[in-house]
Design a protein around this ligand. Structure first.
Ligand code: 13P
Length: 250
């Protein structure tokens, strides 16, 4: 049994002072909630980490992107060491919004995954197909190719050192969700590929579903054998919704 991971991706939302207030509210509500069965993670803008670091006792923090470089003259970039030192233990790599708007390709993402692991940050590697790719019957090929390219030459010590998020692009922020059966089918294919790459660890690597996950559909998605949690955008911005998602993971 894999311990579920309920991971919020706040994207570019809230300011640090709001984040601190939000966290206080969450902490109070957590006292009245049975949440011991799941890990909770918030991937927030790097500017918010300082205001949220006090939360480390009851949830984990993560970044949303990082540089593939160690340090130096890269204006505007944030390094793995900076995220780690600011309190992050995870980092999202290869979100479709980075692949699309910032033209991040698999070679770059492979370098980012390597750099994250060097700094003991757990990469949450995102993969997923577009609507056109799904309609053309190519969804599985696209996702497996991303996975293999992004993980090329990468090894790690423990199954806990890597998280995969399956996020069909057409389901992100659209209100459209993959059916639980379609999401399971893809997550099973992802695990099959992981088994080829990491035979000793694949059965314990966490695979998340992301794309319009919300309290009304989470339980069905999270009941599937190869869906070990969620990467949640919009619904992670509200404490009540986030806690409902945690409850759905039981
Ligand atoms: P939504 O939950 O808002 O669809 O976003 C999903 C996502 O992109 C998480 O990384």
């Amino acid at each position: 049994m894999i311990r579920p991971l309920i991971a919020g991706n706040w994207k570019m939302n809230k300011v640090p002072t709001e984040a601190a207030t939000w966290l206080g509210d969450l902490k109070e509500k957590l006292k009245q909630t049975d949440a011991g069965h799941a890990d909770i993670l918030l991937c927030v803008p790097a500017t918010h980490l300082g205001a949220m670091v006090a939360a480390q006792g009851f949830l984990a923090l993560g970044g949303q992107d990082m540089s593939q470089h160690e340090s130096g003259a890269y204006t505007g970039e944030i390094s793995a060491a900076m995220l780690k030192d600011a309190g992050a233990s995870y980092v999202i790599v290869g979100h479709s919004e980075r692949r699309e708007y910032h033209k991040e390709d698999d070679a770059l993402l492979n370098a980012k995954v390597k750099k994250a692991l060097e700094h003991n940050l757990i990469p949450i590697l995102c993969v997923g197909e577009s609507e056109a790719q799904r309609d053309a019957g190519k969804a599985k090929d696209v996702v497996i190719a991303q996975l293999k390219a992004d993980l090329e030459g990468i090894s790690f010590a423990s199954a806990d050192d890597l998280v995969i998020a399956y996020e069909p692009i057409w389901a992100i922020g659209t209100g459209k969700t993959a059916t639980a059966d379609d999401a399971q089918e893809m997550c099973a294919a992802i695990r099959q590929t992981l088994a080829e790459l990491y035979p000793d660890q694949a059965s314990r690597i966490r695979i998340l579903y992301g794309g319009s996950m919300k309290p009304s559909n989470a339980q069905e998605l999270l009941s599937k054998a190869d869906i070990n949690g969620g990467l949640i955008g919009g619904a992670s911005l509200k404490t009540d919704d986030l806690l409902a998602l945690v409850a759905a993971a039981k």
